[in-house]
Design a protein. Structure first.
Length: 314
């Protein structure tokens, strides 16, 4: 394909070089961050032979309504990072604020923070335990001290948000499919009405359809409610498709924090840290090198099709 199209345009030496802007995107201009991390460090097993510096001087400002992706190879620090966001892990040093208040100050109400910043772990269905779906989703609101009527109201709203069928509300969670269990677990967090939803590999172990269904539902939820969503994923295609902002972790450090297009321009650097760009980005680079004057600033298959059609029409 590359060769046949390139015949229309000549050798790659004849093409003008693209001049991509490398300016860093400024997020949340004029807004106060909902979560702010300043010089966060975390050391596992300090003072022992197993000491590991898992987070190193990480600073981030996260804003309401953002859809954020966090990527990094195994051991990069992404899971450690998200466990700081609702206080499950306390930083060795640094500051973390929720709505402008330092969560490490004496007397800070951690229970309230965990209701506002909901964390859904990988394979969350392992946390399901009640006799039926509705009871399981009611568990979080009950811990908030709400009435049974309010708990059920919130649970039903949350189940509707994740597209779970009402006909199965009384089913045992253990009789559900993997994708259905995942929806129930996410609904259990949403029923507490958090301002931030943190998802650690929410599609792990699901088939392609189940993965797309879950992510489509999360994307719709984010757009319709304005909730801040933080998605940890190993799929470059998924983060390119769904998120507005990508944070890249490597050896406990933040190495990129920008829009997907800006981050994936650095695909060679990503390869150095065990990651990659979406497959379609490589295809566009191959076309460019073969002499086809396409933009390489492409991360989605639909964008690639439009770009190739545009070039062929010239």
């Amino acid at each position: 394909m590359c060769e046949s199209i390139s015949k229309l345009y000549g050798k790659k030496e004849d093409l003008l070089e693209e001049t991509a802007t490398e300016e860093h995107t400024v997020f949340g201009q004029g807004k106060d961050p909902i979560l702010s991390l300043k010089n966060l460090n975390y050391v596992y097993n300090p003072g022992t032979a197993y000491e590991k510096h898992a987070m190193k001087e990480v600073s981030l400002d996260l804003y309401e309504g953002e859809f954020i992706g966090i990527i990094g190879h195994t051991g990069s620090g992404k899971s450690t990072l998200i466990q700081h966001l609702n206080g499950l892990i306390r930083a060795t040093s640094g500051e973390l604020s929720f709505r402008g208040r330092n969560i490490y100050e004496e007397g800070y109400p951690m229970k309230e923070l965990r209701q506002q910043v909901g964390l859904v772990f990988q394979y969350p269905e392992h946390q399901l335990f009640e006799v039926d779906v509705l009871s399981d989703v009611c568990f979080g609101p009950k811990n908030q001290g709400l009435s049974q009527e309010e708990c059920e109201k919130r649970a039903k709203e949350a189940l509707q948000m994740v597209g779970f069928p009402e006909s199965s509300y009384k089913a045992s969670p253990f009789d559900l499919s993997g994708g259905q269990k995942r929806r129930v677990a996410i609904a259990g967090v949403l029923a507490m009405r958090p301002k931030v939803l943190v998802l650690d590999e929410p599609t792990a172990g699901l088939d392609p359809k189940g993965r797309d269904d879950i992510l489509d539902q999360i994307a719709m939820l984010q757009k319709t409610t304005g909730i801040t969503v933080i998605l940890v994923s190993h799929s470059m295609e998924d983060v390119a498709k769904y998120v507005d902002r990508i944070i890249v972790m490597n050896k406990g450090e933040k190495i990129f924090d920008d829009t997907p297009k800006h981050v994936f321009r650095h695909y060679k650097r990503l390869e150095e840290v065990g990651l990659a760009a979406p497959e379609v980005t490589y295809i566009m680079h191959e076309l460019r090198e073969a002499g086809v004057p396409v933009s390489t600033d492409i991360t989605l298959v639909g964008e690639a099709a439009e770009e190739i059609e545009r070039v062929l029409k010239k």
